[in-house]
Design a protein around this ligand. Structure first.
Ligand code: ATP
Ligand code: MG
Length: 169
């Protein structure tokens, strides 16, 4: 059985990580789609698809999760054809895991089985909260896997966030 999980992962955090590890333990293979792959260098979307790819793959490998396959997905800005667009880029899947109501709706209309995974500490394990803390130099490192801290350091992610914050002001 193959499962699909979709997110923007700006950045990949411990909430995503807990859910994907859980799914990976239940199915043969998890296909992880990186949504809005073309976006980067924006306050809401600071990291490139490649950087997000690195965050996800490094975090999972370090926890000995190996049955995953990552596919970046560009936006098409047409919800009616979005599922076909995703299908054209991924292996066939039996089930979709998402908490996003629009993604749930679009896949259900195409007769997919959709499950809503449990949310882990959603107050703090939340992309927007982590980006806010990065901008305000508050402690964000505790909300992401150790591998993500390393990737963000390697790509000088904090200095990018600081630049984006300044240029927006
Ligand atoms: P943002 O605040 O930027 O929207 P996010 O934390 O919601 O970030 P997404 O990449 O938008 O992250 O979410 C991808 C998927 O992960 C969604 O289905 C979302 O509901 C789920 N998710 C997000 N946070 C958690 C969490 N703490 N526990 C479990 N699932 C989560
Ligand atoms: Mg979200």
């Amino acid at each position: 059985m193959r499962a699909l999980y979709i997110g923007r992962f700006q950045p990949y955090h411990l909430g995503h990580h807990a859910v994907i590890k859980q799914i990976a333990s239940e199915v043969d293979e998890v296909i992880i789609c990186i949504g809005s792959a073309q976006r980067s260098h924006e306050l809401e979307n600071p990291f490139t698809a490649g950087e997000r790819y690195l965050m996800i793959s490094k975090s999972l490998r370090e926890d000995n999760v190996l049955n995953f396959y990552i596919v970046p997905i560009l936006d098409v800005n047409r919800n009616a054809i979005w599922v076909s667009h995703v299908e054209s880029l991924i292996p066939p899947v039996d089930v979709v895991y998402t908490n996003n109501p629009l993604i749930e709706r679009l896949f259900k209309e195409r007769s997919y089985k959709v499950h809503a995974p449990l949310l882990f500490n959603r107050k703090e394990y939340l992309g927007s909260e982590i980006r806010r803390r990065m901008l305000n130099k508050e402690s964000w490192e505790v909300l992401v896997p150790k591998a993500v801290v390393e990737v963000i350091k390697e790509i000088k992610g904090l200095s990018r966030m600081e630049f984006l914050g300044r240029s927006d002001a």
